[in-house]
Design a protein around this ligand. Structure first.
Ligand SMILES: Cc1ncc(COP(=O)(O)O)c(C=O)c1O
Length: 394
């Protein structure tokens, strides 16, 4: 297909040209001084994005799934109990990773489409008088449902219960898309992958870890080798890794962190919030329903749209790809066939979003959904105009 390609799944997001160019630089010696400087730069940049001064950054080749594993095996021991908050496909898998390592996961079941209720965490932790629960597992933005839970409230709930549990947070679909404050919210682990808000190709696992998590690491008994934090932290002191790192991705990460810093983190969040709201207004004007239930929990990273009754969203997504070459996210796990997901994360602007919405409208109409063509676009355009920054005249 000619023209710009679209990739509107909720990650990987499209990799910006600047990052592509950075990745295609000639490789350098990963044991040399140039690499040490690169690692220092990337680590400092990530600390700013995680909003941490005290937290330590850990980078691995891998993916978000690997980051779950690294988080679990470094902080816990087989047989220990955790409270796993399950409100979608990815939180389910996070908990499954813990179970696979012999952790006793007590599930806090939450309806798909809802966020994690902080008050239920507080109640459960208050009942845990002999402090059996070692950690709370939570996904900040559940990419399968388009719901962002309130991590600050969850931290308050743990504190209100005066409970020492670690707060282990998956921020894969949040970092670089919406507010995240590692230090202020006293997160113990925030784990992520680079293919979402960080605008990189997939291929890494990234973690910020607190002093308390490092203390837990010292006594954690889960078997670990590749994912072990200690050899990485020790090598990082000299600017290196105990294995061959993903050098090209680190070039890309250094560039994407520069881009985020040039735009300013608050502006990045506002851009995501504005495009997300425009998308939601378009969906409402198409008379379709969001899958997320509570407006305070609507994700700014993606919008999950409930497929009208009787229609299969997988078939609709296949149809959209054939019609306008627009990949959308499918319903995962329990919600397979029930929703489609529009990613509006990473490097995206308003005209690109409007292109996506036009494609969605055309695809819905030709798929047999009774929608007024152009109504969604008009709603999004109206909102974008109302909230447009005034540009100074030339
Ligand atoms: C919230 C969340 N956590 C974890 C993952 C798993 O990451 P990966 O696919 O990079 O292993 C994803 C993937 O989309 C995700 O959205």
């Amino acid at each position: 297909m000619s023209g710009r390609s679209f990739l509107q799944i909720p990650g990987p997001s499209l990799v910006p040209e600047r990052v592509v160019r950075a990745i295609s630089q000639p490789l350098i010696d990963h044991r040399g001084p140039q690499f040490a400087a690169l690692l220092g730069e990337v680590t400092r940049g990530l600390k700013d994005i995680f909003r941490t001064v005290e937290g330590r950054i850990l980078l691995f080749p891998g993916s978000g799934t690997g980051a779950w594993e690294s988080c679990i095996v470094n902080t816990l021991s087989p047989g220990e109990k955790v409270l796993g908050c399950v409100n979608g496909h990815f939180s389910e898998l996070f908990c499954r990773t813990a179970t696979a390592h012999g952790i006793d996961v007590e599930r806090l079941e939450i309806e798909y489409g809802a966020g994690v209720p902080a008050e239920q965490i507080e109640q459960r932790l208050r009942r845990d008088r002999d402090r059996q629960i070692k950690a709370v597992l939570v996904v900040q933005t559940e990419t399968s449902t388009g719901v962002t839970s309130n991590l600050a409230a969850i931290r308050k709930a743990i504190d209100a219960a005066n409970h020492p549990a670690l707060l282990l947070a998956d921020v894969v679909s949040s970092l670089g898309c919406n507010d995240l404050r590692f230090d202020e919210w006293k997160l113990d682990v925030a784990l992520t992958a680079p293919q979402k808000g960080l605008m990189l190709p997939p291929g890494m696992a990234l973690l910020a870890v607190s002093e308390k998590a490092l203390e837990a690491n010292r006594s954690a008994k889960c078997a670990r080798s590749f994912w072990d934090w200690q050899p990485v932290l020790a090598s990082n002191v000299g600017g290196h890794f105990p294995y061959t790192p993903a050098t090209a991705l680190l070039f890309g990460l250094s560039e994407s962190l520069k881009m985020l810093s040039e735009e300013g983190l608050e502006n990045v969040f506002q851009r995501h919030a504005r495009l997300a709201e425009a998308c939601r207004r378009a969906i409402a004007a198409m008379n379709l329903k969001l899958f997320a239930q509570n407006p305070a929990e609507y994700s700014n990273t993606l919008t999950a749209v409930a497929m009208p009754d009787g229609l299969d969203s997988d078939a609709f997504i296949d149809h959209t790809l054939k019609l306008v070459d627009l990949p959308l996210g499918k319903g995962l796990g329990k919600v397979k066939g029930k929703l489609f997901r529009i990613g509006h994360l990473g490097s995206l602007n308003e005209l690109e979003l409007l292109g996506v919405l036009a494609g969605v409208e055309m695809a819905l109409k030709s798929f047999g959904v009774k929608i007024p063509l152009g109504a969604g676009l008009a709603a999004a355009e109206t909102y974008l105009l109302e909230t447009a920054k005034k540009r100074s005249p030339l």
